[in-house]
Ligand binder design. Structure first.
Ligand SMILES: Cc1cc2nc3c(=O)[nH]c(=O)nc-3n(C[C@H](O)[C@H](O)[C@H](O)COP(=O)(O)OP(=O)(O)OC[C@H]3O[C@@H](n4cnc5c(N)ncnc54)[C@H](O)[C@@H]3O)c2cc1C
Ligand SMILES: NC(=O)c1ccc[n+]([C@@H]2O[C@H](COP(=O)([O-])OP(=O)(O)OC[C@H]3O[C@@H](n4cnc5c(N)ncnc54)[C@H](O)[C@@H]3O)[C@@H](O)[C@H]2O)c1
Length: 484
């Protein structure tokens, strides 16, 4: 008899979901965690970043109160208070993810590093744990780019950023993906100088281009310096000697630009935490992107092993490093690993993603470029600008847009939203795409007035407007009006 029905490596969003479900269904579960329970999302990812952004938004709103006719003094940033809010948010959520809570559920929580010792054995805390099924949920860590001089300067990642006891005077951020952009705006609003350096031709490279332009304008308007399409030649200390030695960094771009800052944040992507797992001992195949799995998240090379969350590299899809993707993985795992339902397949067609800047940028399904690259020819592009939305005008936030990408038959392929709180509007689009509902389902929905969500309904309505107002419809109405 194996020691455990299920052994899970990693107690982040993915591993915790799997452990809770398996134990809830009566299986014996070992949950192995070498760091902090809750993993990246709780401790160094989603929660602290969103808490910092919330503090930053409050500061920005205080500064912008003049547009409502209010006279407020400029906000004073109490960094210790901001940190207390961030740490308080983590502390408030932490009990949900705690070892005590999981032990209470009957899970054996082992607080140590784990690694495979055989195809059906994991070693942790000096114990050999045999298992029926193992789930690898070890997550990802920040990529440290290979840049000349980087080993001679201090740098931050998301793992250290939220521990700063003083605000950075001038934060230089390398990488303009979700982490880079969110942290750029948060720190700029909290009174820091911020410079963002992105290697790709534009920030948020994978996002809907049409909506990235106004987002970029919003970031520039807040004083963030952007260098896009930048090639970094080398990095050095600002002051190698003297009283301030080691206090700052200088970035030299290939075009000769020199950027001096007090702190350097690396936000250049993620790499799977494969090191230390000893995957070869269990014949578990991996790529540089993560553990190779089939679409049901089962390892391609060891039938006892599954992978979920940031570390999973499902074939044909690749990793999606998002907390709600980890939840989706756990749901797939229940069907494939526990109920053994044949044909269970992970599908990202309706997976949302949100960059929590202000305004927020939300994407559900395909961008226009992705839809075209996927071979969709006869696309209908539908837009509704927030400048035409009563609520956005009343709120004084008319920037942004809803853009829908649909087939000529009215099936939604993707929705891109740029609006304050756009993430809160994402749900219905996922439903439409996931359930393959026609756009009329959104166009005919009665939404409360005035809401930003109406912009999406208006965009969907634009699909039917030409048909509704066609000469044919007008002739039908003319005929019908003569009926008693
Ligand atoms: C700054 C930032 C902000 C983010 N914001 C968002 C957001 O707003 N929304 C969103 O959806 N996603 C966001 N993400 C992504 C999100 O944090 C991740 O997708 C999510 O945390 C992945 O969960 P996971 O369980 O796969 O991995 P992790 O949370 O990394 O958990 C893996 C765990 O495994 C442990 N582990 C690793 N190796 C071993 C071993 N050998 N033995 C024992 N334990 C081990 C680690 O210590 C870790 O606790 C953000 C990420 C960052 C960096
Ligand atoms: N709101 C959210 O949901 C949220 C927030 C933060 C992070 N995340 C997740 O965390 C993951 C990591 O985010 P991230 O922003 O670090 O990664 P990312 O891959 O999204 O972006 C990294 C960026 O760095 C750039 N880059 C890479 N090397 C560079 C270099 N040497 N110089 C300059 N630019 C360089 C890339 O072109 C890219 O734009 C993402 O997969 C994301 O899904 C999600």
């Amino acid at each position: 008899m194996p020691d455990f029905d299920v052994a899970v490596i990693g107690a982040g969003a993915a591993g915790l979901s799997v452990a809770a479900i398996c134990s809830g269904l009566g299986l014996s579960v070992a949950l192995i965690e070498r760091g902090r329970m809750g993993g990246e999302c709780l401790n160094t990812g989603c929660v602290p970043s969103k808490a910092l952004l919330a503090a930053a938004r409050a500061a920005a709103e205080a500064r912008q109160a003049g547009r409502f006719g209010l006279r407020l003094p400029p906000p004073e940033i109490d960094w210790a208070g901001v940190r207390a809010h961030v740490q308080g948010a983590i502390a408030r959520i932490a009990p949900n993810d705690s070892a005590a809570r999981y032990r209470g559920m009957g899970v054996e929580v082992i607080e140590a590093a784990g690694h495979f010792a055989a195809p059906d054995v994991i070693e942790a805390a000096g114990r050999r744990l045999s298992f029926r099924r193992a789930v690898i949920a070890a997550g990802s860590s920040p990529v440290i780019p290979d840049i000349p001089g980087l080993d001679g300067v201090p740098w931050l990642t998301n793992e250290t950023l939220f521990e700063l006891e003083e605000p950075p005077g001038h934060l230089v951020i390398l990488g303009g993906g979700a982490v880079g952009i969110e942290m750029a705006q948060a720190h700029a609003r909290l009174g820091c100088l911020v410079t963002l350096v992105e290697a790709a031709p534009r920030i948020a490279p994978g996002e809907e281009e049409e909506l990235v332009h106004p987002l970029r304008a919003a970031l520039l308007a807040e004083g963030i310096a952007l260098h896009e399409g930048a090639r970094l030649a080398r990095v050095e200390q600002l002051e190698p000697e003297g009283p301030q030695a080691g206090a700052g960094v200088v970035l030299h771009l290939a075009d000769g630009t020199r950027i001096a800052g007090t702190h350097l944040l690396l936000a250049t992507g993620r790499a799977p935490r494969l090191a230390g797992l000893d995957l070869p001992a269990a014949h578990v195949a991996a790529t540089p992107q993560g553990v190779r799995t089939r679409r049901d998240l089962r390892s391609v090379s060891n039938r006892r092993v599954w992978a979920v969350g940031d570390i999973a590299d499902p074939e044909g899809l690749g990793p999606r490093r998002l907390t709600h993707a980890a939840s989706q993985h756990a749901a797939v795992l229940v069907r494939s690993m526990l109920f053994r339902l044949p044909g269970t397949r992970l599908d990202y067609a309706a997976l949302p993603r949100v960059t929590y800047t202000d305004p927020e940028l939300a994407q559900i399904g395909l961008t226009e470029a992705e839809a075209r690259a996927a071979g969709h020819r006869d696309l209908r592009i539908l837009r509704w600008p927030l400048a035409e939305n009563d609520r956005a005008i009343a709120e004084g936030r008319p920037e942004g847009m809803v853009k829908l990408v649909a087939t000529s038959r009215g099936r939604l392929l993707g929705a891109s939203l740029l609006a304050a709180g756009a993430g809160e509007m994402a749900g219905p689009y996922g439903l439409l795409i996931g359930r393959r509902l026609p756009l009329s389902a959104l166009a005919s929905l009665t939404l409360p007035y005035p809401t930003l969500a109406e912009a999406g309904k208006r965009a969907a309505g634009a699909f039917y407007a030409p048909k509704l107002l066609s000469p044919f419809t007008k002739r039908v109405i003319t005929l019908l009006k003569h009926l008693p």
